[in-house]
Ligand binder design. Structure first.
Ligand code: PBG
Length: 332
């Protein structure tokens, strides 16, 4: 489609900008509460929270407080919450068996939320990093993150999350073959309706730093994740990964990080026309918060503008730590 521009003064593009009413009528994209997935951090204990220093306004919550937070989110209309566990370091082992323990922290949180607030969709994180002393998303053998053994473990982990009541499985590990293995394992166990939102195009990014603080993985991480997460210079590879994951049974796909990879969001939507999500990651959140705290930008305005950018780039939804702030502002 070629945009039509008749010569001036037949066209004065300022006509449709002249008032709030005209701007509202001609606006192509809008952000609503239904576009949001809220990532949350859960920890052991009762009635407690811990402020994450590198993510001002974000807390780790105990399961009881997380349930209350999920109730608030659902009341505001947020459709989904995504759980990340802060695992007790004593439970981290090289065999990562806590990952598929039916009663691990994450699975207890899923069950508690689905019992108390069944209307909110619960999304999980499928990766070994919260359970691995190395901080890697897969098993480490002789200094290498091994693929196929990890995929078997991820499939077991996914099945336990589905059994706990998860609505959406979120494999964030970037191993090859994990989507097919998880889909087959879920079908075999009778979990036919659980959705998979694949972290399909996940880049090896420096924007994940504050998240690794939040889940207690930053100090532990030996080496980087460049042998499994994508090289920031690539875009064709993102489309191959997305195609591959869809063919293996993913229902929805994600691009991560968000704003620095909006081109990939647009390419994905145009090429595949599937439910497409972006993760506005911890570093993106922290940058906005830090600049706003210094009085250098208007934090709320930048929050809305950056989330709108995802809609313009073709995303159907955004995982964002701003979800509750946005929902409250839209509700006001
Ligand atoms: C790891 C995982 C990461 C994030 C989500 N899942 C970090 C990593 O890959 O090291 C990052 C999210 C964020 O930065 O907000 N499985």
């Amino acid at each position: 489609m070629t945009p039509v521009v008749a010569p001036f003064p037949l066209t004065r593009l300022r006509r449709t900008r002249k008032s709030a009413a005209l701007r509202a009528l001609t606006r192509q994209n809008t952000l609503t509460v239904h576009d949001l997935i809220w990532p949350v951090f859960v920890m052991d204990g009762t009635d407690a929270s811990y402020d994450i220093p590198s993510m001002p306004g974000v807390k780790r919550l105990t399961v009881d407080r997380l349930v209350a937070a999920a109730r608030d989110a659902a009341a505001l209309g947020i459709p989904a919450i995504c759980i990340f566990p802060y695992t007790d370091p004593a439970l981290k082992t090289d065999c990562c068996s806590e990952a598929w323990n039916p009663d691990n922290l994450s699975n207890r949180a899923i069950r508690a939320i689905k019992d108390a607030v069944p209307e909110i969709a619960v999304m999980t994180d499928v990766a070994l990093d919260p359970y691995n002393p190395d901080g890697h998303d897969g098993f480490v053998r002789n200094g290498h993150v091994v693929n196929d053994e990890t995929v078997e473990a991820l499939a077991k982990m996914a099945v336990e999350q589905a059994r706990a009541g998860a609505d959406i499985l979120g494999p964030s590990d970037m191993m090859d073959g994990r989507i097919g293995a998880m889909r087959a394992a879920c079908e075999a166990e009778g979990f036919r309706d659980v959705a998979i939102l694949s972290y399909a195009a996940k880049y090896a990014s420096a924007f994940y730093g504050p998240f690794r603080d939040a889940v207690g993985a930053s100090g532990a991480l030996k080496g980087d994740k460049k042998t499994y997460q994508m090289d920031p210079g690539n875009s064709d590879e993102a489309l191959r990964l997305i195609h591959r994951d869809l063919m293996e049974g993913a229902d929805m796909v994600m691009v991560k990080p968000g704003l620095p990879y909006l081109d990939i969001c647009r390419l994905t939507k145009d090429q595949f026309g599937v439910p497409t999500y972006a993760y506005q990651v911890s570093g993106e959140y922290a940058m906005v918060k830090a600049a706003a705290a210094n009085g250098w930008i208007d934090g709320d305005a930048v929050m809305f503008e950056s989330l709108m950018a995802f809609k313009r780039a073709g995303c159907d939804g955004i995982l964002s730590y701003f979800a509750m702030d946005v929902a409250r502002a839209l509700d006001a």
